[in-house]
Design a protein around this ligand. Structure first.
Ligand SMILES: [Zn+2]
Length: 507
């Protein structure tokens, strides 16, 4: 029996670092791309958010924790983060952590952030935090299921859990789950003992969790946990497939409530890992062509997921392929689309609101991407953030940065300086764009837009060209080999135990 550690008003250091790195885009993610909150603003800006951070804050309130904010830093998926930006963010975490005066650290992490120098920024951060607080202060974290979990971060944590849904609707619940586990550690009822098995493979697009092979694996995990009181939680990390991380691949992570449950946890981790491998050929999907999506569109609006240029998978967002095709194939339709194009934006800003401009837009970054010549009126220019309306990251604030709205015959373009997360209608609405007129809305997203744009029209993904189509190329992956589907090899799951950190808390 573990002695009770319960005491009222536990003090918990909280923070967030959230960026998913695409290893094969030429762009780097700079410090200004991050929305940053510190101090009291970290709490007020995130307390209602459907994010791990929001879930942690709400659980903390219920459990009467005193929340000690460090830093929350969120940026769109994109290129590797500059060393300077990461050093700035890390320094805030470390400054608060080295002051001490807390009983635990609870973090919201994407888990797949790489920097110019680091394979896993989260592994570096957690290692540094563990070095400061020692082994007796619990550190827990919630992750996106596309985290690079083999990058070394799990070894520093008392407990970790990933979203269980893709599209991600359960980020807040994941934060609550992590918070409840931390409370179990405080109470003395839990001393999580984890184990993990990695699978050297990438999924190929058929990796939503409401159907297909992942549904079966998540159901197996839930059933096993429900039937065995020794088991606490299972996560299936599907890894962002555009990261060449060390040993990057799938990870099955299972926690038992205490070390006594480890045999059952190991068995579940092994079965999940072998299940992923056995289903490896079922994970690729066949997306419809853009032509078929545009031509078969039912009456009303269609929201097209621009799969090859998904900012949500780290793409640059500079493709105008959907707009160009729509103008050719459906010339009478009204299209609303985002595009990353710093030069076109500069031209709009120089011309000013109300001016008519002739511009080349698109193709500013992606190799071989086409551009379009357009004439339109600059309706508005500005800089700012937007509020997520839909289920994915509902309530969270995301950065737009400098932007211009260009309107012409049959189109409204939201032109941004930086890649814009456009999975949510909020990005258009908060720039003053009326979506009511749209026949075709373009979202630079493959999954999450479906749970946020449903009230605007039918949401369909199309196979479009760009850096985020699932066409893994051998030359991109140097760190993680062998790797399915690039290599042919035999595989049998090996499960390794994670370090257990016995919490010793002040009463
Ligand atoms: Zn994800």
């Amino acid at each position: 029996m573990i002695p009770s550690l319960k005491a009222p008003g536990r003090r918990v250091l909280i923070g967030q670092i959230f960026q998913e790195s695409h290893g094969f885009t030429p762009l780097k993610t700079q410090l200004p791309a991050f929305v940053i909150e510190t101090g009291r603003a970290l709490i007020t800006a995130n307390e209602h958010a459907n994010s791990v951070l929001g879930g942690l804050i709400r659980t903390g309130r219920q459990e009467n924790w005193t929340l000690i904010p460090s830093i929350a830093a969120r940026a769109s998926p994109g290129g590797r983060v500059t060393d300077y930006a990461y050093a700035f963010i890390k320094q805030h975490f470390m400054a608060v952590a080295t002051q001490g005066g807390f009983d635990a650290i609870a973090l919201c992490l994407h888990g797949c952030m790489q920097t110019e120098s680091l394979d896993s920024a989260e592994a570096d951060l957690l290692k540094s935090l563990r070095a400061v607080v020692g082994n007796t202060i619990p550190i827990v974290a919630g992750f996106d299921l596309h985290a690079h979990a083999n990058g070394g971060m799990l070894a520093h944590l008392n407990f970790a859990s990933a979203y269980k849904t893709n599209p991600h609707a359960d980020a807040g619940q994941t934060g609550e789950r992590v918070g409840i586990a931390l409370n179990g550690i405080f109470d003395g009822g839990l001393q999580p003992a984890g184990c993990a098995a990695s699978v050297p493979m990438l999924t190929g697009g058929n990796d939503e969790t409401a159907s297909g092979p992942l549904l079966k694996l998540h159901q197996m995990a839930s059933a096993r946990i429900a039937a065995n009181p020794d088991l606490l939680d299972a996560s299936i990390f599907n890894v962002n497939p555009f990261v060449d991380g060390k040993a990057a691949g799938q990870t099955a992570l299972v926690y038992a409530r205490t070390a006594e449950g480890l045999p059952a946890a190991r068995e579940l981790a092994k079965d999940l890992a072998n299940g992923l491998w056995q289903a490896r050929r079922e994970f690729s999907h066949n997306l419809p062509t853009l032509e078929s999506v545009l031509n078969s569109a039912a009456p009303g609006c269609v929201v097209v997921g621009d799969f090859g240029d998904r900012v949500l998978a780290g793409g640059p967002g500079d493709s105008v392929y959907v707009l160009a095709q729509a103008r050719k194939l459906q010339p009478g339709k009204h299209v609303v689309a985002p595009v990353t194009d710093p030069e076109a934006l500069r031209n709009c800003m120089a011309a000013g609101t109300g001016s008519t401009v002739q511009l080349k837009v698109g193709g500013s970054c992606t190799p071989h991407a086409e551009s379009l010549s357009l004439t339109g009126t600059v309706k508005v220019t500005g800089t700012g953030n937007y509020r997520n309306r839909g289920a994915y990251m509902q309530g969270a604030t995301l950065r737009i940065g400098p932007y211009a709205v260009l309107e012409g015959g049959g189109f409204i373009l939201l032109i941004t300086q930086e890649p814009l997360m456009s999975q949510d209608p909020g990005c258009f609405l908060d720039c003053g764009i009326d979506l009511g007129k749209a026949d075709i809305i373009v979202a630079k997203s493959g999954y999450h837009f479906k749970i946020s744009f449903g009230s605007y029209g039918v949401c369909i993904c199309a196979a479009t060209p760009g850096l985020t189509l699932y066409e893994p190329q051998a030359e991109h992956f140097r760190q993680a080999r062998p790797l399915f589907p690039l290599d042919d090899f035999e595989f049998a799951a090996q499960v390794g135990d994670l370090p257990v950190f016995p919490a010793i808390l002040n009463s």
